[in-house]
Design a protein around this ligand. Structure first.
Ligand SMILES: [Zn+2]
Length: 212
């Protein structure tokens, strides 16, 4: 009798553990691919909780994923040789910084007279929710012009033609808003590695399409 109880107890515990594992698997966000530089992050794919980028700090204080640093550096050197002067204006953001950005945007809409619910809805059109911004990966950079020497348009145009050679893609193109869910952002570049960037550039597709 005692032995039977023990077996029963063991079975019940085993079922609980297995059920727990199944639930965990179910709610687990995006898995980190073998080549982590092609990880998909958007409204439907959140950054895994165990994602922990290795960072490098740029001379202007902004952090980026260490892996993208050499190619970013080379891209900027070559741009300058072509007479175009880019600067990184946004790089890695912590989850706390992303949360704060969202909070600030909601408050700015509330200050404009919108209700809390409306402000939240509107803010989501402008700012990604926590865990859903590529900036929280460290693999995305916003690139603008050093306005002493270049215009933003010159920089955006140079990047659109050349960034893929260094492993960066224009992540939110003008005609792909229905796929990316984000309005055209000529400044937002995402590192995916040189081979992937070339494929995406040549086929004129998005990261969503490349991975589907
Ligand atoms: Zn950006």
């Amino acid at each position: 009798m005692k032995r039977k109880n023990k077996i029963l107890k063991f079975l019940i515990i085993a079922i609980f553990i297995l059920a727990g594992m199944a639930t965990l698997k179910f709610i687990q966000p995006e898995k980190i691919p073998n080549d982590y530089t092609i990880i998909l992050v958007n409204e439907k794919h959140a950054i895994p909780e165990n994602y922990n980028p290795k960072l490098t700090q740029l001379s202007n204080g902004i952090y980026i994923d260490s892996k993208i640093y050499p190619d970013l550096q080379k891209m900027f050197d070559d741009a300058r040789n072509d007479g175009v002067y880019p600067v990184v204006s946004e790089g890695y953001r912590t989850h706390e910084q992303q949360y704060q950005m969202m909070k600030d945007k909601i408050n700015s809409f509330i200050n404009e007279g919108y209700s809390g619910n409306e402000a939240e809805r509107l803010a989501k059109n402008w700012v990604a929710e926590v865990g859903k911004s590529e900036h929280e990966l460290g693999l995305a950079v916003d690139i603008n012009a050093d306005l002493l020497y270049s215009s933003d348009e010159e920089v955006y145009s140079w990047l659109a033609d050349n960034a893929y050679k260094y492993g960066f893609i224009l992540r939110y193109p003008p005609d792909k808003e229905d796929i990316t869910g984000i309005d055209y952002e000529p400044w937002h570049y995402r590192y995916v590695g040189i081979d992937t960037a070339l494929e995406i550039y040549e086929q004129q597709i998005t990261l969503e399409e490349y991975l589907s």
